[in-house]
Ligand binder design. Structure first.
Ligand SMILES: [Zn+2]
Length: 326
């Protein structure tokens, strides 16, 4: 059992699942209690083992699933929504998420087809179709398997400055386009999902907007951090790693990391690594073949940010995008 956080008449019960997940430790969700109303913020992963862990943790706090009265999702990723269907099977309760999460949570075939088409074209344009062929194939299989993770609930949309009880929703896109953070002003509590985690290793993953255009995710991430720096945050309840209180330092570190990474990309382009694949190999070596989706997301995201900042420009050469510094 983790320590319970208390402030005024409110409590937070952390549910920290100790597991290595990608580059991160722990999968976290939180029970937030105010005026005897229990809100689940995020919902872990979808597995039998996790369900046992989740219910055991609730029991150590003297709680059970039937006590949960609403769920708020910080974003649509699978490690944040796992228990939603299992909870609403037992009890119909409201589930809140950002409007842009809706079709991603519903996983409609139309959305999945758009997603496959977007990544296929993107990887081709950036000359990495071959490296990413197996990911595209996997996405096509999920489409035929009817995707087992769709959320079977009506989602109530919340966006910037909406309140769910005492929790104010802040739009903090970057890691994903539908990322929201939840702020309890009275206690200085900030629930960040994956927008900000203790070690600052969270990634601004590439994604597309309603026009099927590449989103400026790194720029969004940087702006989201700057937005939160205006708030008086005492404790951060993050989606991975530990609960932490040095918000100002972590926020600053994240900004510095983003600025360092964009400079690093520009330097590599100066050295003649003018394509996405050459940049990925120069910066990440073998990791490109071990975790290609993440590495290419990182490189494409940063090279696009460098372009937005006017540090580099893209040039079409033999039907492929290449870069040069300005
Ligand atoms: Zn996550």
């Amino acid at each position: 059992m983790c320590a319970v956080f208390e402030c005024k008449a409110k409590k937070v019960y952390p549910i920290i699942y100790p597991i290595r997940y990608g580059q991160m430790n722990n999968i976290n969700c939180y029970l937030y209690e105010h005026q005897n109303k229990l809100t689940l913020i995020d919902a872990g992963i979808d597995s039998a083992e996790y369900q046992i862990f989740f219910e055991e943790q609730l029991a150590t706090y003297g709680l059970n699933i039937m006590d949960i009265e609403q769920i708020i999702l910080t974003h649509h990723h699978v490690d944040h929504i796992g228990m939603v269907n299992k909870i609403i099977e037992k009890k119909q309760i409201p589930v809140f998420a950002h409007p842009l999460a809706l079709e991603r949570l519903a996983l409609t075939p139309a959305y999945q087809k758009t997603k496959i088409q977007f990544y296929q074209e993107l990887y081709e344009r950036y000359g990495c179709a071959e490296v990413m062929a197996s990911r595209i194939e996997k996405m096509q299989q999920t489409l035929h398997n009817d995707g087992g993770l769709r959320i079977q609930s009506v989602i109530e949309p919340i966006q910037a400055n909406d309140y769910v009880g005492e929790l104010k929703a802040l739009e903090t896109p970057g890691h994903s386009l539908d990322s929201i953070s939840l702020y309890d002003e009275e206690c200085g509590w900030l629930f960040t999902g994956d927008f900000m985690i203790e070690k600052g290793t969270t990634n601004a993953l590439i994604d597309f907007d309603s026009e099927k255009s590449l989103l400026p995710t790194v720029l969004q991430q940087r702006q989201s951090i700057e937005q939160c720096q205006k708030y008086s945050v005492s404790t951060v309840f993050a989606g991975h790693e530990a609960v932490f209180d040095q918000f100002a330092e972590v926020a600053q570190l994240n900004i510095e990391k983003i600025d360092y990474k964009v400079q690093r990309i520009v330097k590599q382009i100066d050295k003649g690594n003018e394509t996405v694949l050459k940049l990925a190999s120069a910066l990440y070596g073998d990791l490109l073949h071990k975790i290609p989706t993440l590495i290419l997301s990182e490189v494409i995201g940063y090279v696009y940010f460098a372009e937005i900042l006017g540090f580099v420009e893209s040039v079409q050469r033999d039907g492929q995008i290449t870069f040069r510094s300005v």
